[in-house]
Write a protein that binds this ligand. Structure first.
Ligand code: DC
Length: 228
């Protein structure tokens, strides 16, 4: 494998970006960076300070006043952890309110600008697999492989429901389906860097694939490009 490799994964809600990126990180010895966790932590901070999420100036002030930490520890039972001002919020940010808050604060151009700067710093000089909505576009425009990971909305909602159930969060499939649609609309419809597949991204539809098959497909694409 190359000495230095950077893989960007973008895609809609619950396309499997996190699970796949974590598997790739472990198998290829890369650092896993979950950028959505940072927007979720910011959303959480805004909720706890009762800051209106539509107010760009106030949301930016919150971002500039907090410290968000990401930690990747492949051998730990929690392979990644997210810290907000030193407090471990990993379990808290998976909830639906944090996801929706993240999507709302992520709509502001100035907030994105600041996040992009922080996220570029985190990735700098490292071999990484980084996932989010603007990785190929803004964070790693020179990535060795840019993946656009997707799946049908029904399959994504089903997978997200299973994740919630695993974490003891009670939801119905129709709730999860409507939240997924709403968040997709926000993330793809915003003016500031909306989620979209770039012309130089490689699209992988995972609707009928299990995680192992997705990882194999990505590894074979890396080999084809002489990156493995
Ligand atoms: O990946 P996720 O679902 O945990 O991300 C939560 C929200 O954060 C998502 O709905 C949109 C936003 N986000 C973003 O705009 N840009 C990123 N790079 C990552 C996440």
């Amino acid at each position: 494998m190359n000495k230095h490799i950077q893989i960007a994964i973008d895609g809609p809600v619950a396309a499997g970006k996190g699970d796949i990126a974590l598997r790739l990180a472990k198998e290829l010895g890369l650092v896993y960076i979950y950028t959505g966790a940072m927007y979720r932590a910011l959303g959480l901070a805004c909720m706890s300070q009762s800051v209106p999420m539509d107010d760009q100036k106030k949301v930016l002030e919150v971002l500039q006043s907090i410290k968000i930490g990401l930690q990747y520890s492949p051998l730990h039972e929690k392979p990644y952890q997210v810290f907000l001002d030193g407090e471990d919020v990993t379990d808290r940010i998976i909830k639906q309110d944090a996801a929706m808050a993240a999507s709302r604060v992520a709509a502001h151009a100035d907030v994105r600008h600041e996040m992009v700067e922080q996220q570029k710093q985190i990735a700098q000089g490292k071999s990484v697999v980084m996932e989010g909505r603007d990785i190929a576009l803004r964070i790693l425009p020179e990535a060795d492989l840019k993946i656009y990971l997707t799946a049908s909305i029904e399959e994504r909602a089903k997978r997200r429901l299973e994740q919630f159930q695993k974490n003891g969060i009670e939801k119905t499939l129709s709730d999860v389906l409507s939240d997924t649609k709403k968040r997709d609309e926000q993330d793809m419809g915003r003016a500031a860097d909306p989620l979209k597949k770039l012309p130089d991204s490689w699209e992988l539809d995972t609707t009928n694939l299990n995680q192992e098959q997705v990882v194999d497909a990505i590894k074979s694409e890396l080999s084809k490009r002489g990156l493995l």
